[in-house]
Ligand binder design. Structure first.
Ligand code: C2E
Ligand code: CA
Ligand code: CA
Length: 674
């Protein structure tokens, strides 16, 4: 097919105007000339005849009278007529010569010749022949043509100008706007709808385009939402809404890259439910699904926002822990997750209990990429299963050994509480100057059936780890209060009893209740008891600490800062928390009175505390030289093997009796052998 050259609307409009204005003008002009010629020709003929007749008539008289001069001038006048070229007069007189007159520059033989006889009263005087200009009509038409051309040109110009102005405003401008509007729609630029004030077709088209714009925007939004939804579906498990394996993989890969850059550690936990198949088989798949949904919610809720829980497949979940400082934390988290999973859950009318096995792999310790991490965690999970399910196992064997020991210890501690295997030893605290007993510290011991007496440092950590510490703490407080009551009845002097409260115990809401209840149950006065808290406990989470300390103050309980000098050693908190006692840590006392630094330090602590009105006790005093130095620098109280080792009740009571005797004798006490 033949293709027409592509013209822009602008060119088409211009071409259209040109054709529409020029063609009729040219046609009209052509027609006009022909019509004018047709109309003019008879007029010219008449005119010529009239000139001939009039000239003949005016020649009659001079020819009759033979007035040659007049005859000639009359003929000459006729020649002056505009379209007359030549004139020939022939007289019927004998010997008369014909007169021939010609206009200057005109060829006498050319022209249109008309003849006429000159008559008087029937007598023929001669013959007149006039030669007219043959181009008369052409010249007349040529004049007219020039005028017409000028007129037509003017008309064309005016028409073109008017048309152009109208078309430009009414057509080209709106078309240009439409074009811009359409291309904005096409480019999905975020622009406001174009205002169309005109009500004509183009305005309506513009309004339609606006509507189309809105609709397209809506469609795109819808499409994007659908795309996001699809992506979410593609990246999340439909049943539980948790990230699926693909998303988990992406997140782990980026977390690994991040950890590698910043030298961080990650833990990947592989969780597999124990005997999930049994739930499915006995309660049906709907119940199995409900169980998975519930468990995934629990897992999600038990994690930090930065951790990722994913449904790996079926009854398998994977968890990514970021910012792991120590494998211990991971074990604690795994433990928390196991407990969450083990909480009974209701499926229809039934209360169901499930357990899970967890395998752990660490980055970078066990593996450095996602696939290996998952595979190692999976392997570790199978180890956990083989060890009897409902537990956690690390890929690293030595962690597992430690884990196993902790687990054993936990179980034994639970038994110890149940079988009442704990015992409190009491270590005296004395006045440096007089040696008189001012109080004692209660220190816990574990009478292990096989291992014998276990010191607290070997089990307090594990007790904190497994959450048994608050029960053990409560036991300590109640036992100390009961002992105070017994001593009061028996009239044994004891001053006050200091109990150690660990960090976790301190923040547990049960501490204050336990203290209030124990004091009420055994009739213990606040000044008969003292709470020992380590400096590090007092320094962390200052707002909560402040609140708890204020509550202890409200109960009237004195507070001693244990292990003073080993913590953060910021002294601001001393002013804020107003402890009644500071216990200088054994590490500063050990090398006294030698050890220049220690000497200066201990002296500074004593001065500072004295200035703040806080009593100072030195821990771990073993030699007389230490005692003498401490006495010299004004440290008011002592505790240590030099005075007495921690002793069971009877031993402590013996000490008190000796102390009483010594006080009676008003001598300084002899050091008591262990
Ligand atoms: P601590 O509160 O600093 O207790 C003082 C520790 O120093 C005791 O160790 C005590 O036996 C020991 N000691 C006392 N005088 C001397 C001395 O002259 N020389 C030496 N070398 N050691 C001395 P113990 O009884 O093994 O307790 C260790 C830590 O266990 C305690 O440190 C305390 O933090 C914690 N603890 C003890 N009983 C409890 C308790 O009932 N609850 C809690 N939460 N922690 C306790
Ligand atoms: Ca202590
Ligand atoms: Ca201490």
């Amino acid at each position: 097919m033949r293709r027409w050259p592509v013209l822009s609307i602008r060119s088409t409009v211009l071409l259209g105007i040109a054709m529409a204005v020029l063609a009729p003008t040219v046609t009209l002009w052509h027609l006009d000339e022909r019509l004018t010629r047709a109309a003019q020709e008879p007029l010219i003929a008449q005119n010529r005849q009239a000139v001939l007749v009039m000239t003949a008539a005016s020649l009659v008289e001079p020819m009759w009278t033979l007035d040659e001069k007049s005859t000639r001038s009359t003929a000459q006048r006729a020649l002056d007529e505009p379209w007359v070229n030549s004139l020939r007069l022939t007289e019927n007189r004998p010997l008369a010569q014909p007169t021939l007159l010609t206009k200057a520059g005109v060829e006498p033989r050319q022209g249109v010749f008309l003849k006429m006889p000159i008559l008087r009263e029937g007598e023929m005087l001669g013959e007149l022949q006039i030669g007219f200009d043959p181009g008369q009509i052409d010249r007349a038409l040529a004049d007219r043509r020039h005028a017409t051309i000028l007129l037509a040109a003017l008309q064309v110009l005016l028409s073109v100008l008017v048309l152009l102005a109208v078309l430009y405003r009414r057509l080209l401008v709106p078309i240009h706007r439409l074009k811009r509007q359409a291309s904005e729609i096409a480019s999905r630029a975020d622009v406001a709808p174009v205002r169309w004030d005109r009500r004509d077709e183009l305005g309506q088209l513009g309004e339609h385009l606006n509507e189309v714009h809105v609709q397209i925007d809506g469609l795109f939004d819808q499409l994007e939402a659908q795309k996001a939804e699809l992506e979410k579906i593609a990246m999340h498990d439909t049943l539980t809404g948790l990230p699926n394996r693909a998303l988990f993989r992406e997140l782990t890969i980026s977390a690994v890259a991040d950890a590698r850059r910043h030298g961080g550690r990650l833990a990947l936990l592989f969780i597999d439910l124990d005997r999930f198949k049994a739930v499915n088989d006995t309660l049906g798949h709907a119940a199995g699904d409900a169980l998975l949904v519930e468990l995934s919610e629990r897992l999600r809720a038990a994690m930090r926002a930065s951790d990722v829980v994913c449904r790996h497949s079926g009854d398998e979940f994977t968890v990514l822990l970021r910012d792991v400082k120590h494998w211990d934390e991971v074990a604690a988290t795994a433990d928390r997750l196991l407990k969450e999973i083990e909480k009974p859950l209701r499926l229809g009318a039934r209360l169901v209990g499930v357990s899970a096995s967890i395998g752990v792999a660490l980055f970078p310790d066990d593996a450095s990429d996602h696939e290996t991490l998952v595979s190692h965690a999976d392997t570790a999970m199978y180890v956990a299963k083989s060890l009897g399910r409902g537990r956690c196992s690390f890929f690293r064997a030595d962690f597992n050994t430690q884990l196993l020991l902790n687990l054993q210890l936990e179980q034994e501690l639970r038994q110890a509480l149940a079988r009442d295997e704990f015992e409190l030893f009491y270590q005296p605290q004395v006045d440096t100057g007089t040696g008189a007993l001012t109080g004692c510290e209660a220190l816990i011991r574990w009478n292990h059936p096989q291992r014998g007496l276990v010191p607290p440092l070997e089990f307090i950590g594990a007790a904190e780890h497994c959450g048994l510490i608050s029960e053990i703490g409560a036991w300590t407080i109640r036992t100390a209060c009961a002992q105070i009551a017994r001593w009061k009845i028996a009239g044994v002097r004891f001053g006050s009893v200091a109990v150690n409260v660990s960090a976790l115990e301190f923040r547990s809401h049960r501490l204050l209740d336990t203290l209030t209840a124990a004091m009420a149950d055994f009739g213990v006065q606040p000044h008969e008891l003292e709470i020992e808290l380590t400096e590090s406990v007092l320094m962390t989470d200052t707002d909560t600490t402040q609140v708890i300390v204020e509550r202890l103050h409200a109960l009237g309980l004195p507070l001693a800062v244990d292990d003073f000098g080993t913590g953060y050693s910021s002294l601001a908190y001393l002013k804020r928390l107003r402890p009644s006692k500071i216990k200088i840590d054994r590490s500063f006392v050990r090398d006294l009175p030698g050890g220049d630094d220690d000497r200066v330090l201990v002296q500074a602590i004593v001065q500072l505390a004295t200035a703040l009105g806080i009593r100072v006790i030195a821990e771990g005093v073993e030699t007389e030289a230490q005692r003498d130095f401490l006495r010299r620098i004004g440290c008011g109280l002592l505790q240590g093997y030099l005075i007495s080792r921690p002793q069971p009740v009877e031993g402590f009571e013996r000490f008190v009796r000796c102390d009483d005797v010594a006080a009676l004798a008003a001598t300084l006490p002899e050091p008591v052998a262990a």
